[in-house]
Design a binder for this molecule. Structure first.
Ligand SMILES: Cc1cc2nc3c(=O)[nH]c(=O)nc-3n(C[C@H](O)[C@H](O)[C@H](O)COP(=O)(O)OP(=O)(O)OC[C@H]3O[C@@H](n4cnc5c(N)ncnc54)[C@H](O)[C@@H]3O)c2cc1C
Length: 433
């Protein structure tokens, strides 16, 4: 039976639009299916897109991307009860093309990227949910949708349907799916006058600030973030699902707690709540990744568990776009070569293997586990704050203590064994080499 399209892409998030764009530019007919009324209407995230991958496909993308602010100030904060240590980096270089990171609303960004796919020739079909795969002899040959007579056939289906992808599940590609590999991200968006944001975060014009926080979720394995948009601030937490369930804490209480912390309260005081939402994040890294290729189908972005959540980095949109680009190109090449079996589509795996998409995951594969470990989450923030407090507390006439002695004393006081500090330090260093 003839196909309706050469390629069907399911989900018009960053992975899907990039895949559709690449396959359409490869000269093939592409249908991009999105369940929401428009791309991005159903999507949420923290707020920062790292755009390097856009350079490869959209010339001078920054001239029309729907930006809120370009990140020029990046902070990593370690917090504990009422104390915090912040590493604060700012550079004017990130405030000029080609830019390092930008805050943007997903409803704007996803719609913009989908338009690039349609300009390349893809057909975008919204308000349509893919309800299942069409299979012939175990080979994916299309999708079923919730439209009347809604079956569509294609040579290649690209599954970009996000975390917990039921297409990948239906194709039997998730061998190792577990709640342990998922975190729940919850975010509030607070409105301010832009001048207030500039004053509080020390930025001007379209400059923005990104704060990643360790120790933001007391009693729960997780983290926090705070990002500036033009006239709003996104503040949120991320919590490992089993830990959140075991602690019996409500996510909104964790955000309220974070907003009340003395290091954060002055930044978000008086903001008008304009949005509250939650979404799952696949944080398991390499360990949790499904098989990404089968006969007639490849899997990208969050559906392939490609979000990189490695402590000081929370990056998913760039990994989604990078894998989507590779998938679209791979589908186009496989169709040109007349082989879109798993073997023909294997070029997708080769492509992601040779770029940051899998290389970063391989390099940092032990970091998600380390960052979400009880020691890093619950013991180290207090140890770090104790250490810094002791070093900077002036006790004249008592002379200053030796740094090593303070470390040993504070490690003992926080029940941290030096052996564990060394093991964790080595693990981190090995990952960053
Ligand atoms: C709280 C939080 C904070 C985050 N912060 C950041 C950040 O600051 N920076 C960053 O880079 N990443 C961040 N991420 C991760 C990032 O959001 C994801 O990695 C990224 O959105 C993945 O893109 P995707 O295209 O694979 O999937 P998604 O963005 O989830 O898109 C999937 C699309 O498929 C559609 N869809 C799903 N099922 C169907 C179906 N059956 N039929 C039709 N359409 C369907 C959905 O409507 C959606 O449009 C964050 C995530 C969360 C939850």
């Amino acid at each position: 039976m003839a196909e309706d399209f050469d390629v069907i892409v399911v989900g018009a998030g960053p992975a899907g639009s990039m895949a559709a764009l690449a396959a359409a530019r490869g000269g093939w007919s592409v249908c991009l299916i999105e369940r929401g009324p428009f791309p991005g209407s159903k999507n949420m995230y923290g707020g920062v897109v790292y755009p390097r991958i856009l350079d490869q496909v959209i010339d001078r993308w920054w001239e029309d991307v729907p930006v809120q602010r370009f990140i020029t100030r990046r902070q990593t904060m370690v917090m504990e009860s009422d104390r915090a240590l912040t590493v604060d980096y700012r550079t004017a270089a990130w405030g000029a093309p080609p830019y390092n990171g930008l805050t943007t609303y997903r409803s704007d960004f996803d719609r913009w990227l989908a338009t690039k796919a349609t300009e390349a020739g893809a057909t975008l079909v919204c308000s349509t949910t893919v309800t299942g795969l069409l299979l012939e002899h175990d080979r994916v040959v299309g999708v079923r949708t919730d439209r009347p007579e809604g079956e569509l056939r294609a040579k290649v289906v690209i599954a970009c349907d996000g975390v917990n992808s039921f297409l990948a599940k239906e194709a039997g590609l998730y061998a190792n799916f577990s709640a342990d590999h998922l975190t729940l991200g919850v975010k509030e968006v607070l409105r301010f006058d832009p001048a207030t944001i500039e004053e509080r975060f020390g930025v001007t014009g379209r400059e923005g600030c990104d704060i990643e926080i360790l120790g933001a979720t007391p009693g729960v394995l997780g983290g926090g973030f705070c990002y500036t948009n033009y006239d709003t601030v996104a503040i949120g937490i991320i919590a490992k699902l089993p830990s959140l369930a075991a602690a019996k804490v409500r996510p909104e209480d964790l955000i309220a707690n974070l907003k009340a912390h003395p290091a954060i309260e002055p930044l978000v005081r008086g903001g008008e709540l304009v949005e509250y939402n939650a979404h799952m994040i696949p944080e398991g890294g390499l360990k949790a990744m499904p098989q990404v290729v089968t006969d007639g189908m490849v899997v990208c972005g969050d559906a392939a568990h490609l979000t990189l959540a490695a402590g000081i980095w929370l990056e998913g949109v760039n990994f989604a776009m990078g894998s989507g680009l590779a998938a679209g190109e791979a589908a186009a090449e496989a169709i040109s070569a007349g082989d879109w079996t798993a073997a023909g589509l294997g070029v997708y795996r080769t492509k992601i293997n040779s770029t940051f998409v899998l290389k970063d995951h391989e390099k940092l594969q032990h970091i998600p586990e380390l960052v979400l470990s009880e020691r890093v989450q619950f013991a180290y923030p207090a140890l770090i704050c104790d250490l810094v407090e002791e070093l900077f507390t002036v006790r004249n006439p008592t002379p200053k203590p030796g740094g090593i002695k303070v470390l040993l004393d504070k490690a003992r006081a926080n029940d941290v064994k030096l052996r564990h500090l060394a093991i964790d330090g080595l693990k981190a260093l090995r990952s960053f080499r």
